[in-house]
Design a protein. Structure first.
Length: 443
């Protein structure tokens, strides 16, 4: 990231330096040409030269020849107010007339000299058209009689490019060094911040691990007490009621029978709660087998369960426990409240991101209404998922089923209810696109 930032900063600066170097070189060419026009060319533009006197033309040739040899200028022209070439190092150009453009009239009226770097393809540039980029300078001068004249020179653009390169190469090393020093200065606090984040994340993971362990221990403790004490006592009471029912008066038989039936139903409910409270050994059974064991209460209600899990999942135990809890809570709600025909549990993994989806085709509910009965477990689970760095979302529409989605590995909202976008979305057909999600299902 630091290298990218360095490139992003250095690139526009390099272009700015290149443009500044070009302007500097053109300004130098313009100033030199202006001085030459004022000190050499202007005094030699006599009436004889304007009349085409060969001797006057030769004198100007002699005065400009040394400068042409040293400066690298390849073409010279002197124009009068009518656009006529009164002097040039190319004799055939002398006497030709060209239409004056607006910039030329402004220059003759006292405007500043100009210098540009570009290919020359104008009507008057027959001898420069194949020379590539040229530095073209226009400077105002005056003849001996005071008439305004235009002094024009052409020189190769290589000089400007060389100066650009020289300035750029002179500026880039210190600029890059300065940026590198800045990056190094930022690196130290960045490393410290990264370490603090790692320590914080490690502490958070440790706390989450302890919380999950404590929760599992508490669940086992409650399940054990229910099984060893409450359920055993209630089972004994059921046998006692059965005995009284068989030995007691016949007119009291229906009362004892009804009481015994209610008691046995409650015992079955408590045993089911015990099974839900006591989590399976995920290390021994594996996540898929543990989820399959949740099928029993669904089958009793005529609900078909489908479990789709990849053969290979990169999960630590804490993450596997959370996935199991999400599935269990969603399946319990589906069994008790959804009146569904089928439920699907699907897990997908893309890199460090893991998604679990539990979708039923039941009654659904209106998310705009107060929290549906039985969904407080999901809200509590949402807090646990959030602490693990994940997100939990419930989507539902009346008559279109309910979809519970949990995502781990990216930051996201801890929990929210939302309506399904279209009926039938609970089928999970769109879940194939889940790897692209960022914390919530788009089903």
């Amino acid at each position: 990231m630091g290298f990218i930032a360095l490139v992003l900063v250095a690139t526009p600066v390099a272009f700015w330096i290149r443009a500044a170097a070009e302007r500097h070189a053109l300004d130098n060419a313009r100033d030199i040409t202006q001085r030459l026009a004022d000190s050499v060319v202007g005094p030699l533009i006599t009436d004889q030269l304007l009349a085409g006197d060969p001797a006057a033309l030769q004198l100007l040739d002699q005065r400009l020849e040394p400068w042409l040899a040293e400066s690298g200028v390849t073409r010279i022209k002197v124009w009068d107010e009518q656009g006529r070439v009164v002097y040039s190092d190319i004799e055939s150009l002398i006497g030709l007339e060209f239409e004056q453009e607006e910039w030329a009239r402004e220059l003759l009226a006292g405007g500043p000299a100009t210098a540009t770097l570009e290919p020359q393809d104008g009507e008057e540039n027959a001898y420069e058209a194949d020379s590539g980029e040229l530095v073209e300078v226009y400077a105002r001068s005056s003849s001996q009689s005071g008439a305004p004249m235009i002094f024009e020179t052409y020189s190769p653009g290589d000089g400007v490019r060389h100066e650009q390169a020289a300035v750029l190469m002179g500026m880039i090393p210190p600029m890059l060094l300065s940026l590198a020093v800045l990056q190094l200065a930022q690196l130290i606090p960045a490393v410290r911040l990264a370490r603090r984040i790692q320590v914080h994340q490690a502490a958070r993971n440790a706390m989450l691990h302890l919380a999950i362990q404590a929760s599992d221990h508490e669940r086992r403790q409650i399940a054990s007490e229910l099984h060893d004490e409450v359920i055993q006592d209630l089972s004994g009471l059921a046998y006692a009621l059965e005995s009284v029912e068989n030995r007691g008066p016949a007119e009291q038989g229906p009362v004892f029978r009804k009481a015994r039936t209610m008691l046995q139903d409650n015992i079955r409910t408590l045993r089911a709660m015990t099974s839900e409270l006591y989590p399976p050994d995920l290390d021994e059974l594996g996540l898929k087998s543990s989820l399959t064991r949740l099928e029993a209460p669904l089958v009793e209600r005529g609900i078909r369960l489908t479990v789709e899990i990849p053969d290979k999942l990169e999960l630590d135990r804490d993450r596997a426990v959370l996935l199991y809890r999400v599935a269990r809570e969603a399946l319990v709600n589906a069994a008790k409240h959804a009146a569904a025909n089928s439920v699907m549990v699907r897990i997908r993994q893309a890199g460090e991101i893991t998604h679990i989806l539990v979708a039923d085709d039941g009654l659904g509910f209106d998310p705009a209404q107060p929290c549906p009965e039985g969904h407080f477990g999901l809200r509590i689970l949402g807090d646990t998922v959030r602490q693990a760095g994940g997100a939990l979302e419930v989507r539902s529409t009346p008559g279109a089923g309910t979809t519970v989605t949990a995502t781990f590995g990216v930051a996201g909202p801890s929990f929210r209810f939302a309506g399904l976008r279209h009926p039938g979305a609970a089928s999970g057909q769109e879940f194939a696109a889940v790897p692209a999600l960022r914390g919530t299902s788009t089903l």
